[in-house]
Design a protein around this ligand. Structure first.
Ligand code: ATP
Length: 368
């Protein structure tokens, strides 16, 4: 089995007039990986994909596929296939004809096409469905047929631009697993574009977190969640509580931060920022709702926070407490539900405790 074909972006800049859509992107995508670009609408994800597929020439820098520079090579000469958000199957063609449309254009016989369609139908776990019309399939099945059609041309790299966003929530979640399994079966490189952090976290080997044309961090999902490189990455991926302040002391890989409203708090400095945060710098500290626990009210110390409870809610797997937080944002605490009794604390002060290793400090920056 081949190791798959890697994709590299080297010092990639893409401008539209004066507007910079992609600013100096440097990305190494390993062959055979499921790689996602994750970021809010308008951050430049689709623009990057268009540069990889050849529909757009970068203003500066290089796109390499399998180590080959793609400069001047048009979309249909590249070893890539693209799947869009609004896939369009031909409604009057049977599934097998849809899948092998590119072979028909190339003049392949019906027998060869049928054989290839059957292989691909096995691959997408729809065996024996070739004679159906697209209208006889569910939304998720149609999505898989669109993937099979893209795979028919045997691309080295499949580019997927928010392919699940038109599906309803349940199907979208189901399709995450399906897509990941198809990718493992086919063994080729998938580059996936999404604004949905759940999709990126569940499917990807590695993720690039993007913000306004800039890549903030490239890492596996667990690293991005536990060890974010920037305030944006910390606040965009998963729920997070922010504490703003200034660095009061640096102790090795930890920083004591004088927060605006919660006293002096100790935190781990995120790996990407170790050695780069200095006394007096504006800092942000993040603690996940599940990393905070209740402590005796009024306990003081560098890993205790006291705040007033605004309201509480029961969410099945957790009791959530919302407290007065920093900069107009509420502080959220999630207490796992083990069937224990839980009093209403609204209006009261409560004290929270955290493990310093579960708090992460980064330089102050833009929040998501
Ligand atoms: P979405 O998730 O909404 O598709 P995105 O992250 O894929 O967003 P892009 O489509 O890459 O965003 O667009 C990035 C920025 O570049 C946007 O501000 C967009 O308006 C701008 N842009 C994209 N294409 C062009 C173009 N051809 N001319 C001018 N500006 C463009």
């Amino acid at each position: 089995m081949s190791a798959g074909v890697g994709v590299d972006l080297e010092n990639l800049w893409i401008r539209f007039g004066d507007f910079v859509a992609v600013r100096d992107a440097n990305v190494h995508i390993k062959g055979g990986d499921f790689f996602s670009f994750l970021g809010p609408s308008g951050c430049g994800k689709t623009t990057i994909l268009r540069a990889v597929s050849g529909f757009l020439e970068p203003s500066e820098g290089n796109v390499l596929i399998g180590g080959n520079n793609m400069k001047g090579i048009g979309p249909n000469k590249r070893p890539t296939a693209l799947i869009f958000q609004n896939l369009a199957l031909f409604p009057l063609m049977k599934v097998w004809e849809n899948i092998t449309f590119s072979m028909e254009i190339a003049g392949a016989s019906a027998r060869d096409r049928r054989k290839r369609a059957d292989e691909l139908l096995d691959m997408i776990a729809l065996p024996g469905q070739g004679d159906k019309l697209p209208s006889e399939l569910s939304g998720g099945q149609r999505q898989r047929v669109a993937i099979a059609r893209a795979l028919c041309a045997e691309p080295d790299v499949l580019l997927l631009d928010e392919p699940l966003s038109a599906l309803d929530l349940k199907l979208r979640q189901h399709m995450r697993t399906e897509l990941r399994e198809i990718q493992k079966r086919v063994g080729i490189t998938f580059i996936y574009i999404t604004h949905d952090q759940g999709e990126a976290l569940t499917m990807s080997d590695d993720i690039a977190v993007m913000r306004a044309g800039v890549i903030d961090q490239i890492a596996d999902g667990k690293t991005i969640y536990n060890d974010p490189a920037t305030a944006f990455a910390a606040s965009f991926v998963g729920e997070n509580n922010v504490f703003r302040g200034k660095v009061l002391e640096v102790r090795g890989d930890q920083a004591l931060i004088r927060t605006n409203r919660s006293g002096d708090l100790l935190s781990r400095i995120s790996t990407a920022n170790q050695g780069k945060m200095n006394v007096g710098d504006d800092a942000m500290m993040f603690i996940r709702p599940e990393a905070l626990s209740l402590a005796p009210t009024g306990t003081q110390g560098d890993h205790f926070v006291t705040a007033k409870v605004n309201h509480e809610e029961f969410e099945g797997n957790s009791f959530n407490i919302f407290m007065e937080g920093d900069g107009g944002k509420e502080l959220k605490v999630a207490i796992p539900n083990h069937g224990q009794s839980f009093d209403d604390h609204s209006g009261q002060d409560m004290t929270l405790e955290y493990d310093v290793n579960n708090a992460v400090a980064v330089p102050a920056g833009e929040l998501a």
